[in-house]
Ligand binder design. Sequence first.
Ligand code: SAM
Ligand code: SF4
Ligand code: SF4
Length: 372
Amino acid sequence: MKIYNPLVKNKLKKAINPFVLKNYIHYKYTTLRNRFFYGKKRILRFVKIEVSKECPSKCKTCNFWRTKTLMNGEEICTKKLSFDQMKKLGRELKEIGCGIVHLHGGEPFLYPEILELIEYLKELGVYVQTDTNGLLINKKVAERFVKTGIDSISFSLDAPTRELNDFIRGVNGAYDKLINAIKLIQAADKDNKIYKNINATVSVYNIGHIDKILDVAHTLGISSVTFGNVVSFGKNVKEICDKTFGKKVGSVAYMNPDLMVKDKLLIERKIEEIKKKANNLGISVGGLFLSLSPELIISGKRRLNSICNYFLYRCIIDIYGNVYPCDFLRYPLGNIHQNSLKKILGQNFTEFYDIYRKNWKNLEICEFCCYG
Ligand SMILES: C[S@@+](CC[C@H](N)C(=O)[O-])C[C@H]1O[C@@H](n2cnc3c(N)ncnc32)[C@H](O)[C@@H]1O
Ligand code: SF4
Ligand code: SF4
């Protein structure tokens, strides 16, 4: 009989966290309310802060490192947020009751004060999560990172071998550096306090080997793996979005067409293999690749059967202080250099929401979204 099961422990740790639970209840509530009232009232529970737009990786699936714009085609014309401004933002978030902050990128570890920022948010009592390619994590960073009190981290690994992973991530040594970063964080996190996950993005490049990522996770003592389905859309999808809102709004982050897997039998086989292996190894698995039908995986499309509630309790803030409703609809609601977050999420949000509500069925970009 199994007496100690790290998988169950890890799942419980996440499930009973009061911020995650509150977020979940609020999500269910807004979904229900919105179904009847098309509600406009928002209570911010979750914020994604893109602490860096830049990235030392050159992933084939991603445009963060390629583009010189605000990720929606808009020219960059504002200053980056300083650490003091980040701290002010943290205090404001806390004040308005937002309990979960996701520090995102580009590569989050490129933000010079990333560790101090996590520490600060933790002192405020916020649930903090992040993701990384691991390139900038050495022993010293790993040890300090664990001491910040961070709640959750996701490591991005796209293949079980050095050659294939480095090919997809576009950088020699990406695999070794990530594996080393995971080992260093595991070693520093002696009491296993941090929720750790590996995220694999399934595409034409890695589908044939994707199940073997579970072996790597098992060797590293990681008991949660997410298999995301690659987001991949063309210029026309962005153009429809921009036209609908009358300004540059559509994200260019994953505007790389034709990366979807097209082989239905292979998809079905891999899903089976992943589920079987995960079960044998005691690893918890999730992600769109495992939950969508093969037909949807092939088309790359996943939703648009109802109005989205994402931005009724979430928002995105980029490193320049611009506030957006969600990752793909980068409608500029305002900038925290100029206004308080509370103000930004007022009037301009209503303007955005009115356009969205009337046009959501035509917003093709939402069909590719992996968030809402
Ligand atoms: C944009 S990155 C930002 C954080 C960090 N740089 C990293 O790679 O973990 C977040 C996640 O998106 C994944 N990703 C990259 N391209 C993608 C795509 N086209 N579709 C879906 N996910 C993608 C990455 O592999 C990574 O796990
Ligand atoms: S997926 Fe992450 S690591 Fe790769 S280029 Fe995009 S931001 Fe950088
Ligand atoms: S489906 Fe995605 S892109 Fe569309 S509104 Fe919701 S979160 Fe934004």
